[in-house]
Design a protein around this ligand. Sequence first.
Ligand code: NAG
Ligand code: NAG
Length: 616
Amino acid sequence: MIFQSLLAPCSILISLFASANGIPTTPTVNKRAELDAWIASQTSVSYFGILANLGSAGEKAYGASAGTLLASPSTHDPDYFFTWARDSGLVFKALVDEFIRTGNTELQIQINDYISAQAKLQTVSGPSGSLSDGAGLGEPKFNPNNTAYYGVWGRPQRDGPALRATVLIAYGRWLLENNYKSAAADIVWPIVRNDLEYTAQYWNQTGFDLWEETQGASFFTTAVQHRALVEGIKFAGSVGASCANCESQAPQIRCFLQHYWNGKHVVSNTNLTPDPGRTGKDANSILAAVHTFDPEAGCDDAGFQPCSPRMLANHKAVTDSFRAIYPINSGIAQGSAVAVGRYSEDVYFDGNPWYLTTLAAAEQLYSALYQFNKAGSLTITSTSLSFWQAISPSATEGTFPSSSSAFAALTSAMRTYADGYVAVVQKYTPESGSLAEQFNRNTVGGPLSASDLTWSYASFLTMAAARNGFVPASWGAKDATSLPSVCAATSATGTYSPATNTNWPDFPCTPAKLVRVTFNALAKTSVGQNVWVAGSIPELGSWDVGKGGVRLDASRYLEAMPLWFGSKTLEAGTAFEYKYVHWEADGRVIFEGGPNRKYTVPTSCRMGASVEGNWQ
Ligand SMILES: *[C@@H]1O[C@H](CO)[C@@H](O)[C@H](O)[C@H]1NC(C)=O
Ligand SMILES: *[C@@H]1O[C@H](CO)[C@@H](O)[C@H](O)[C@H]1NC(C)=O
């Protein structure tokens, strides 16, 4: 199974954390083992949490097209039942890396669906414009059926195309390495090409930041744009094409990136109209470090890698900004992990900590640890000294080789500190493992805002992978060091054309033994009535709802779409009959009319299937 591979083998745990007789030596060891166990189960919850929000067969995704990923199944307060270019790109990057590492073919099927959906989405004209001059690619958000969303919104957002290019390039490289050259060149590249052209043309124009609130230039956006163009140059070459605009613009973007550093921390948003007057300390920057992490890059400051002194100083500045403002952080000493939000001035849903930003605070540090180990040394400069002294009071400036005791002490302190952020998330995650967008800043804790946020789950998967030393492929940061001596406001006008080929080759795949079948019943009900599925097989109660029928969920019920949904995992090939059933508040069970419905669980490589029907 997919998540199995995210666990460190037991033997490693024993050798690291136990004495010779196998008995844990200190209370810290017990805590770490407990955290390991929780991470293992939460990894599985997170994986299924993502697939539930993915069209068309996801349990919570009724109405979403194939390969279209919802930000959350929440349809009101807030309504996130849409697909975002950014969220989808980030989540699918996590899934592509997981596929590459594990070979899970169920994931590959979803990835292919996602890419096919993106080919179409690029051609959808909307409020940001159309594909003809690229402007339409800056549209951040679409309806779940891949039509344009015309509501008032913070648009354009210029990180989406870059993030999509990054995930498609990661998959494209796999295709090339596995002899699917024409799929890489003819299906993936035409989509990537549009996104790279867009990025090279519009990077120097203002847009909305990743939180969709400020119009200006945003560190996260600039950082991921630079990354996309750099890897785009190489990928273009590997499919027999080129990207001249990537080559001309990438160094200028890297030049601009330096502007965001104020000597102490990243100022995450600049060129703002209007300027909300914030400090600029924002988890935007930590996410930028996480999503431009390159396992082969060094720690030099101009690269803004997780291990760079700048980004460690920034980590401290950003995380410290939440210490005083959240009651749940009160009393937590400097150098111990806290709950992390977006930025301290945040008022959205009263401005609470977010799961994905707290997890990113951990992930940056795990990634930095990988880089120190790979480099064989760790350097503390005057820039990063206060970060290190907070977690290891005797830290001093200098370079410490991995053979030194200082290196061992510093990296151990960093790992403990990183684990602390994961433990904060553990503390405020409900028993079910369900990850919302936010958790309550007050001592009551508890999830808030959108439920089952897809990005929260993906951030858990990437954190867990980084913690276990599984790193994504390099994007070429080490060689992308060109830095013009004077930054210029530039742009390269691109050319755009629809990507029309989505004829994937027949990839070998593992047939699914078990399939999660989702029932979507459209049934008008009154208060107190519930809808169940009862069927002819024991898994569906052998016609007795009380004995194993599936209780459906009405959380998306509307007059216009009276949806009841729920799922059951069944063996592929199982044939059965079933009906929808009302189970009244007074205990009466009423079967719908008409003939029995018939269904055979599909035998294919897909682990999810769905059926739809009106109450009869
Ligand atoms: C797509 O979804 C939108 C909003 O959910 C809806 O208004 C529209 O009618 C749908 N279009 C099609 C072609 O199904
Ligand atoms: C465009 O680039 C120039 C040079 O780096 C920079 O000064 C300016 O702030 C940038 N503007 C935007 C909106 O990116």
